[in-house]
Design a binder for this molecule. Structure first.
Ligand SMILES: Nc1ncnc2c1ncn2[C@@H]1O[C@H](COP(=O)(O)OP(=O)(O)OP(=O)(O)O)[C@@H](O)[C@H]1O
Ligand SMILES: [Mg+2]
Length: 296
């Protein structure tokens, strides 16, 4: 599949919903009305610096994420990619700089507040509730948006029961979308590695994010599994989500992203279209000596 530049394509919101079961489409691709806004900045990372003691993990890094795109964040081991996610999602406070989501600073906000503002992530090392079923893991994500109070839930008030039913339907639709519906009732620790990675994505999607941040979602996959996962990421974008994808494997990222930001030793080395990045001598040099399929 060729890359699509969101600034030049029409990107109708219902593009992917066409081929999907209507019940699933309703969950995964609700009316998003993104067409007019595709290409605007949805996030701005401004002059971000993060120091751990004497180590500068991020050094004055700035880039933007455009609505409706898949932006790749690449760089060798230790370049600062995960640190960047950790600042964006409120895990670390930056030493200096700012992160804006739709113009609003996420500085000082707690992690769950940032989730509610519309930022969801997966982790480089899978983090699921191992003793909960796959479906329960997703319903937990949906809970982040529920209106019923804890008391209402404990007393099982009618509205809570109604929301619980809807949550299960929505959860099932999300599992279906990422291709693991058959695992719904299985404890997540019993899922295959690849399905656990997909479950993490379903759980992140359950929070209905504006920007979905994926930290090396294909780590440890063989080439065929990687290609399948990239197809899923493209489907997610087609449904109107904006995706920030950390990927160590440059070849992989070239095939799926609209634009790429390259980090090296905490600094932004380059940003641009995949074709520009591939031919940038500084980027090629940064990757020389890097194993092609390092899963660190
Ligand atoms: N909590 C921390 N305390 C101290 N140093 C840290 C911490 N988190 C990250 N670092 C350091 O910051 C640098 C950037 O790490 P980061 O995890 O962001 O890299 P990365 O680009 O995600 O690398 P990888 O491809 O290996 O996942 C590294 O030198 C790392 O050791
Ligand atoms: Mg990392």
């Amino acid at each position: 599949m060729s890359n699509q530049n969101p600034t030049s394509s029409a990107a109708p919101a219902d593009r992917a919903a066409r081929d999907m079961d209507p019940a699933i489409a309703d969950v995964v691709a609700p009316e998003r009305d993104i067409a007019v806004e595709v290409g605007e900045n949805i996030m701005e990372i401004k002059n971000l610096s993060v120091k751990f003691g004497g180590l500068v993990a991020l050094d004055d890094v700035s880039f933007t994420i455009k609505r409706g795109e898949i932006l790749g964040l690449i760089g060798p081991n230790g370049a600062g990619k995960t640190t960047c996610f950790n600042v964006m999602t409120g895990v670390y406070k930056p030493t200096s700089g700012q992160v804006l989501l739709e113009g609003q600073s996420i500085g000082g906000k707690l992690r769950h507040q940032i989730t509610r503002l519309g930022l969801a992530r997966t982790f480089q090392n899978i983090r699921l509730f191992g003793e909960m079923t796959a479906l329960e893991n997703v319903v937990v994500g949906l809970d982040a948006r529920h209106k019923t109070s804890v008391v209402g839930a404990l007393l099982r008030l009618p509205r809570h029961r109604r929301e619980e039913r809807t949550a299960i339907e929505r959860g099932m639709a999300l599992l279906e979308f990422v291709g693991i519906a058959d695992d719904a009732a299985m404890l997540s620790r019993h899922l295959s590695y690849g399905h656990q990675r997909r479950l993490e994505i379903a759980r992140a999607l359950a929070t209905d994010p504006k920007v979905l941040c994926l930290d090396e979602p294909a780590a440890g996959f063989n080439p065929a599994e990687k290609e399948d996962l990239m197809a899923l990421i493209r489907a997610i974008r087609s449904d109107g989500y904006t995706v920030l994808l950390i990927e160590h494997d440059m070849k992989l990222v070239m095939g799926v992203t609209d634009r790429i930001v390259v980090l090296e030793f905490g600094k932004k080395l380059a940003d641009g279209l995949p074709v520009e990045i591939r031919n940038d001598p500084r980027v090629v040099a940064a990757y020389l000596g890097e194993p092609e399929d390092d899963v660190a």
